[in-house]
Design a binder for this molecule. Structure first.
Ligand SMILES: Cc1ncc(COP(=O)(O)O)c(C=O)c1O
Length: 374
């Protein structure tokens, strides 16, 4: 990556930040967008809700371009899990319906499906991973005519495993089921094309690989499915006209994904995520993805050469690599001394997640520290 990009990320001057799977650090244009809004707000010049909704539309247009979706298919939400809850609770699932997912998924998603089992009596069918991956045949075995939804994390937070969404969509659809995807560990790191991949529903927060604010996410719903979903929450944002008076008749809901946005959005965050998406678009996923994969495979190969056990299967094409450490405390201390930022996870695991602003030299510095702790 070029010097300009490096200098856009203040973090690169202070530390070796290899932890975007946890939190993506802001580049300067995003910091500036947030500061500008706060400054205007402090002076009573933040604008009107109509101005903020224009920013929301611009964000949806940018997301649409990134995902190959239309802006009308995108709702702004608070977090990834909210999008999953919206889908889970709007599909009208109940006794006799099954939902199929796997053990590489994020705990919050499991909580949603168990909640649905408790409240609505659905059946959860969980596919067990093998050697860090989830073979399609194992999904196939658990999917049948009762299955209404297959749901996965596109990229697993635990080991970076990348699900084959195209194959899963085909499989789900052949049984009359839908495919729901948690893509927070994918969007902004690797290419995601909802049309090509046949995804029906997709949810992702913006604060990791999209370099956006914490507490702002989005939900994609394939256009033909929008009318079929019955929103659980209600509010002014989802109705066709914003009534000045208390409505005495049921209001008409928007025909597009706005019907899933019940009220005030994280408008400050929308200014920041607009800047982040513009920044990512200017560089382009054609440049970002290869750089992420170049760096993550450098991590994978280096860690393997050092003899650590890898939880990430070989050939994984995401920004996440995890391995098992023999001495977590010593490693954590050594990395901290060298200002290297990574995530430590249960089971003595180290998770490394380089983004496009990182360099080969930074990866080599990490590997150098790891070589000293054994
Ligand atoms: C796969 C995955 N899903 C979801 C989340 C976070 O979810 P939320 O945005 O709902 O807090 C994370 C956070 O690490 C994650 O890795």
């Amino acid at each position: 990556m070029n010097a300009k990009i490096r200098s856009d990320f203040p973090v690169t001057a202070e530390r070796i930040y290899l932890d975007t799977a946890y939190d993506g650090p802001y580049p300067t244009p995003v910091i500036q967008a947030g500061k500008d809004f706060l400054e205007r707000r402090g002076r009573g010049l933040a604008g009107h809700v109509d101005d903020w909704l224009v920013v929301a539309d611009e964000v949806k247009a940018l997301l649409g371009r990134l995902l190959n979706a239309t802006p009308q298919e995108i709702a702004i939400t608070t977090n990834t899990t909210e999008g999953t809850n919206i889908i889970a609770n709007s599909l009208g699932l109940g006794p006799g319906d099954s939902v199929v997912w796997d053990d590489l998924d994020f705990p919050s998603n499991a909580a949603v499906w168990f909640n649905l089992a408790r409240r609505r009596g659905i059946e959860n069918r969980i596919v067990h991973s093998v050697d860090g991956g989830v073979p399609l045949e194992d999904f196939e075995r658990l999917i049948d005519g009762s299955t209404r939804l297959v749901t996965v994390s596109h990229v697993s937070h635990t080991n970076g495993y990348v699900h084959d969404l195209e194959a899963l969509a085909e499989l789900a659809h052949s049984h009359g089921a839908y495919l729901h995807v948690d893509a927070i560990q994918a969007v902004g790191a690797i290419k995601v094309d909802v049309r090509k991949m046949g995804v029906d529903f997709l949810t992702a927060g913006t604060y990791k690989w999209l370099l956006g604010p914490i507490g702002l996410a989005f939900l994609y719903v394939r256009d033909e499915l929008i009318p079929m979903l019955e929103p659980v929450y209600a509010g002014w944002r989802q109705v066709m006209t914003w009534p000045d008076e208390l409505p005495v008749r049921p209001p008409l809901l928007h025909a597009d994904a706005r019907r899933f946005e019940e009220a005030t959005l994280h408008f400050q965050g929308l200014y920041e995520v607009r800047a982040a998406l513009e920044y990512i678009q200017a560089i382009g996923m054609d440049r970002i993805e290869p750089q992420v994969l170049r760096l993550s495979s450098r991590v994978w190969n280096g860690v393997e050469d050092l003899g650590f056990h890898l939880n990430t299967p070989p050939g994984t094409t995401s920004g996440i690599v995890t391995c098992v450490l023999s001495d977590v405390e010593r490693t954590a201390q050594a990395l901290q001394e060298d200002d290297v930022v990574v995530t430590f996870r249960a089971g003595n695991q180290l998770r490394v997640s380089p983004h496009f602003f990182n360099t080969e030299d930074e990866v080599d510095s990490l590997l150098q520290v790891l070589s000293t702790v054994g």
